[in-house]
Design a protein around this ligand. Structure first.
Ligand SMILES: Nc1ncnc2c1ncn2[C@@H]1O[C@H](COP(=O)(O)OP(=O)(O)OP(=O)(O)O)[C@@H](O)[C@H]1O
Length: 312
C-alpha cells in the first residue's frame, strides 16, 4: 500500500511519501503492533485501514471485505481510537460510552448496560458523570478508550491509546485489551512508539520507518537481532567524572540524555565498566546504574531506525 501527501502547489509543491509499499498480514486474534518514530507513517497506515483515508494504490482486506472499495464498511468491522479528540467531547463519560454503543447498533438498555460494564472495568465510575471536555488529558483518553470498547467489534485499532495516562490507567487499558483477546478472540492493532508497552503486550510487531516496514517479527525475534549485547545505563549525580580514565573513554561512545549515559556493548566489557564505575570517585559521582538485556529499542536501533523518536 502507498500513500503520499502533497503540500503546496506549482513548482513549490513537495511530496511526502507517508507509506511507501507497505505489505502486512495481521492474523485473527493477535495483538499486532506498529512501532516507529514520530512521522514514520503509522497513523497514516491506520487511517487507511479505518477507511478514513484512501491509499494512492494498494488493497486492504479486512475479514474478507475490500476496504479500499468499501471504506463505509469499516465502522462495522472495527473500533478505532485515534489521536484526534472526539466528536463526543461535550457528553459525559457515561453518555459518550452509551452513545457509541447506540451508534454501533445496540438498543438503549443494551448500550447503557454495556457502557456501565466498561466504565466499571476501567475504574471510571468516579468521573462517569463528568463531560469529556472537562477531564484531564489522561482521564479523557481513558474515557475515549472505554467508549471505543462499547458495542464490540472484531478488530480494535488503537493509535497510541495510553498517551498521557498514569500507570494505573495504562494497566487498566492493557488488561482490557488482553481480556478481549483472550475471551472474545478480538484482533488488536496497536500503534505505539512506547517500547516498554510494545514489548509486554504484543504478539508481533512491524517496525515502520520512513513509510516502510523495516522488520516484522515477534518482540523476541526482533531482540534476537541484538542477542549477545547488553545495555549499560549510568546516571550521574551532576557532571560525569571525566577525570576517571574509564569514564573519559566512555565519553565518546555513550549516548547521552541529560545526566544519563547509555552504552551498548558485550557482557564482558559491561562487567569491566561496572567494576570501574562502582569504585572510587566514579562511584561517588554515580546516582544510579542498570545493566539490561537487549530491548526492542536496541533491536530497532540495530535495524537502522532513526534514533530519538522512541519512548523508553
Ligand atoms: N495531512 C497531512 N498532510 C501532509 N503531510 C502529512 C499529513 N499527515 C501526515 N503527514 C506526513 O506524513 C508522514 C507520516 O505521518 P504519520 O502521522 O502517519 O506518522 P506517525 O508515524 O503516525 O507519527 P507519530 O508517531 O508522530 O504519530 C509525516 O512526514 C507527516 O508529516
Amino acid at each position: 500500500m502507498a500513500k503520499a501527501y502533497r503540500s503546496g502547489s506549482g513548482a513549490a509543491a513537495t511530496e511526502i511519501r507517508a507509506n511507501d509499499g507497505i505489505d502486512l498480514d495481521v492474523r485473527q486474534g493477535e495483538v499486532f503492533g506498529l512501532l516507529g518514530p514520530n512521522g514514520a507513517g503509522k497513523s497514516t497506515l491506520v487511517r487507511q485501514l479505518t477507511g478514513l483515508l484512501r491509499p494512492d494504490r494498494g488493497s486492504i482486506d479486512l475479514l474478507g471485505h475490500d476496504l479500499v472499495r468499501h471504506p463505509e464498511r469499516a465502522p462495522r468491522l472495527l473500533a478505532y481510537l485515534g489521536q484526534e479528540s472526539t466528536a463526543l467531547d461535550e457528553l459525559t463519560v457515561a453518555l459518550a460510552a452509551e452513545t457509541t454503543g447506540r451508534l454501533r447498533g445496540l438498543g438503549r438498555s443494551a448500550a447503557r448496560s454495556a457502557a456501565a460494564e466498561v466504565i466499571t472495568e476501567l475504574g471510571l465510575e468516579p468521573i462517569a458523570g463528568r463531560p469529556l471536555a472537562k477531564l484531564s488529558g489522561g482521564q479523557r483518553r481513558l474515557a475515549c478508550f472505554a467508549a471505543a470498547l462499547v458495542g464490540e467489534r472484531p478488530l480494535l485499532v488503537l493509535d497510541e491509546p495510553t498517551t498521557g495516562m498514569d500507570p494505573v490507567a495504562r494497566r487498566a487499558v492493557w488488561s482490557a485489551v488482553d481480556r478481549r483477546r483472550a475471551e472474545r478472540g478480538t484482533t488488536v492493532l496497536l500503534v505505539t512508539h512506547n517500547v516498554i508497552e510494545a514489548e509486554t503486550v504484543l504478539d508481533r510487531v512491524a517496525v515502520i520507518d520512513e513509510g516502510r516496514v523495516i522488520a516484522c517479527d515477534t518482540p523476541g525475534g526482533l531482540k534476537a537481532l541484538v542477542d549477545g549485547d547488553v545495555r549499560l545505563d549510568l546516571v550521574w549525580r551532576t557532571e560525569a567524572p571525566t577525570g576517571v580514565p574509564a569514564v573519559a573513554a566512555l565519553a565518546e561512545r555513550a549516548e547521552r540524555t541529560g545526566r544519563r549515559w547509555t552504552v551498548r556493548t558485550t557482557p564482558e566489557q559491561a562487567r569491566e565498566l561496572v567494576a570501574a564505575v562502582t569504585t572510587g570517585p566514579a562511584f561517588a559521582a554515580l546516582d544510579d546504574f542498570t545493566l539490561a538485556t537487549p530491548s526492542l529499542e536496541d533491536a530497532y536501533l540495530k535495524l537502522g531506525g532513526r534514533h530519538g523518536g522512541l519512548v523508553r
